[in-house]
Design a protein around this ligand. Structure first.
Ligand code: ASP
Length: 324
């Protein structure tokens, strides 16, 4: 079997299961396309007809609020049809069942599968087995990858900072178990961010061979000093085998982002969080809702990025001469 590629034979992107292997140009193009879908707060949302006649199946086997709602809205605002199923694709032992499910939906003329699964490899496995015209988009794969979150984080930083090169970006918290950290790191390093810091207690730091271009710090005060962007992450208890983590209060005291600590960062710092937030654990409520927070902008940008991704994949399919 050929090694898996997200690109088709002509080099156009066909799937988006990871940001690994995408060029900086491709990442930029997603941001530029998404920016065209961004509207001022309160304005009517952007719409188009690119997905007329296209069916998108959203298959989520892990809880999701923001990602799922924004993919469904993105499909609707591009004129596509959604079907939304909570079905288990998880068990690799049930490989036949995974494909049976996919083939059943494919027989109903599903064009795009948006998949969230707690087991690594499901998106790629499905991508390797679908018909040539069908695309797979990851909506979160285990602790490994969440490509559209990486893109929406980059878009948010671009909107507020106007560029990437001169920035110090601190990612703080449970990086070890975070697919967001991995995808956002990939997006930001492709875009040439000057300094990326991983700031976490030793047990929540990823292995040394991962994200190796980033600086590692085990102290939040040093980790956010002079930062332009701070990305806070929750502790992903559901991905931990043994829970050797401190109480919420102890974690907040040592690792929580509060107003006092925020003063260590640059005066124009922006604070981000992919959600769901644990107020009073990794972030103080008045920081989450404060003037440096761009957390709601991230949510709005999530719809724009998912519209950009779906539109790109369908346009690429049309360029290959395949009509929905
Ligand atoms: N919503 C993000 C994810 O799906 C972050 C999180 O759950 O903490 O990975």
């Amino acid at each position: 079997m050929m090694p898996f590629s997200q690109h088709d034979a002509t080099g156009r992107l066909r799937h988006l299961t990871t940001l690994d292997g995408l060029s900086a140009d491709e990442v930029h193009q997603f941001l530029e396309r998404a920016q065209r879908f961004v509207r001022a707060t309160g304005a009517a949302p952007a719409r188009s007809h690119t997905l007329d006649g296209v069916t998108v199946a959203h298959l989520f086997t892990e809880p999701s609020t923001r990602t799922r709602a924004s993919f469904e809205l993105a499909t609707a605002r591009l004129g596509g049809t959604s079907i939304n199923l909570d079905i288990s694709l998880s068990s690799r032992q049930k490989g036949e069942t995974v494909l049976d499910t996919i083939y059943t939906l494919q027989a109903m003329a599903v064009d795009v599968f948006v998949i969230r699964d707690r087991e690594p490899g499901v998106c790629q496995y499905v991508a390797e087995h679908v018909q040539d015209h069908v695309s797979i988009v990851s909506a979160g794969e285990a602790h490994l990858s969440h490509p559209t979150q990486g893109l929406l984080d980059a878009l948010t930083i671009w909107q507020f900072k106007g560029g990437f090169r001169d920035l110090v970006v601190s990612i703080v918290g449970d990086i070890r178990h975070s697919r967001v950290a991995r995808s956002t790191y990939l997006a930001l390093s492709k875009l040439g961010v000057g300094e990326i810091r991983l700031v976490a207690p030793a047990e929540l730091m990823p292995d040394p061979d991962e994200m190796h271009q980033a600086k590692r710090l085990h102290d939040i005060d040093a980790g956010i000093a002079h930062a332009d962007v701070i990305i806070m992450l929750r502790i992903q208890k559901e991905r931990m085998q043994s829970l050797a983590i401190p109480s919420d209060d102890a974690y907040f005291a040592q690792w929580g982002l509060n107003q006092q600590r925020l003063k260590l960062a640059r005066p124009e710092v922006i604070v981000m969080h992919p959600g769901p937030m644990n107020r009073g654990v990794e972030i103080a409520s008045d920081v989450a809702d404060g003037k440096h927070s761009v957390i709601r902008n991230q949510v709005s940008n999530g719809v724009a990025i998912r519209m950009a991704v779906l539109e790109t994949l369908i346009e690429n399919r049309l360029d290959r001469g395949s009509r929905p």
